[in-house]
Ligand binder design. Structure first.
Ligand code: F6R
Length: 356
């Protein structure tokens, strides 16, 4: 791809606001009247008892974010499955199965679907490749419109999958009695603000990601924390950093710190905290500070009142603080560059994993 960086990944990170704009331009007009949902050929949500979402790696994380829209906003029983562990699943009737795969060729995903019964369920493929094996096997296909992604590490396709999945879920919920109209309005406003939020995160972190990467270039490990809707972004940040830098990373629900992972925190330990506005994160941050850990917050919304910072709790969208993934991607790339890793082609990994 063309852009300011010599590597594809840097350019694909930069493309994310434009990708978000494209996805929203295409899909948001079909939300309010349920046209996106119906047009995809899906049965009305009121005829569905549960949603099962599956994928691997970054696509699984995108699926977890999308699951938040069905469950938090629609109260619909929704679970996410690690596709590589789903071979012996028991599939219940009236299930909507959403398989997320950038390539549409991931063998673990295809194999997980081998056990899916032919009848009384609907399979939707959410993919960046509408002519893939996965798309051919599905009852309905949604192209996430990210455009070709060359870097092995998924970046812009993650953004595209989350937004496409959120638009789809909102469309299904708009035409169903399940969701609360007010909550949908809030999510629609959040969708519209997303391209600018992604662009603002890029601008805010360009220098900072580079500085932090220099500061932590010798750190052997990194912890990523979040709560609720922020957790998937902590997981995605940890995945990106390990695959690019080959450093050990771990992600945890912040509430689990005191049940074990806090033992990892020592003077100078870098701890990324994904802020979704949950006020309990302030206590988690204080715990890390008390052990000398270095808290690296992403997504904080700080206002100052009389010169003092005021952390405002906010209720974010049902898919969580999507823009927080941008600084985490940028940091992973910057650290990898300093360690002289090939950011477009991390060792041991392939763009499309066609063996299960
Ligand atoms: C991480 C990454 C992988 C893929 C995973 C699934 O950056 O790229 O974790 O997300 O192998 O691939 P797809 O989405 O093609 O099924």
């Amino acid at each position: 791809s063309t852009g300011r960086h010599r590597d594809h990944m840097g350019n694909e990170i930069d493309e994310q606001p434009a990708v978000a704009r494209r996805v929203l331009d295409v899909f948001t007009p079909g939300i309010a009247d349920g046209r996106l949902w119906g047009g995809a050929g899906l049965p009305p949500l009121d005829e569905i008892d549960r949603v099962t979402i599956l994928g691997c790696g970054t696509s699984l994380h995108a699926g977890r974010a999308v699951a938040g829209v069905f469950s938090r906003l629609g109260g619909l029983p929704t679970r996410t499955l690690v596709a590589s562990e789903a071979a012996h699943e028991v599939w219940e009737p009236r299930t909507l199965v959403i398989a997320l795969s950038q390539s549409g060729e991931t063998a673990d995903v295809l194999r997980a679907l081998d056990g899916l019964p032919e009848r009384d369920r609907t399979l939707l493929a959410l993919t960046n490749n509408p002519s893939s094996t996965l798309a051919r096997r599905a009852d309905a296909v949604l192209d996430c419109l990210a455009g070709p992604e060359i870097g092995v590490a998924a970046t812009k396709t993650f953004i595209a999958q989350v937004l496409t999945g959120a638009c789809l879920a909102l469309s299904g919920l708009s035409a169903s009695a399940r969701a609360d109209g007010l909550a949908i309005d809030g999510d629609l406003r959040a969708l519209a603000a997303t391209p600018d939020a992604l662009a603002a995160a890029l601008d805010a972190w360009r220098g900072r990601a580079a500085e932090l990467a220099t500061e932590f270039v010798t750190s052997p490990g990194f912890l990523f924390l979040g709560r609720g809707s922020g957790l998937v972004y902590a997981a995605e940040g940890a995945l990106k950093l390990k695959e690019l830098s080959y450093r050990w990373t771990e992600h945890q629900p912040a509430g689990e710190l005191k049940h074990g992972p806090l033992a990892l925190v020592d003077a100078g330990t870098p701890v990324f905290v994904v802020d979704n506005g949950d006020p309990r994160l302030e206590v988690d941050v204080a715990e890390i500070h008390a052990r000398g850990g270095r808290v690296l917050r992403v997504g904080e919304r700080v206002l100052t009142v009389g010169g003092l910072p005021l952390h405002l709790p906010r209720t974010g969208p049902s898919w969580g603080p999507l823009e927080t993934v941008v600084p985490l991607q940028m940091f992973a790339r910057e650290l990898a560059l300093r360690l002289r890793r090939d950011v477009d082609k991390p060792r041991n990994l392939a763009k499309s994993v066609t063996v299960a």
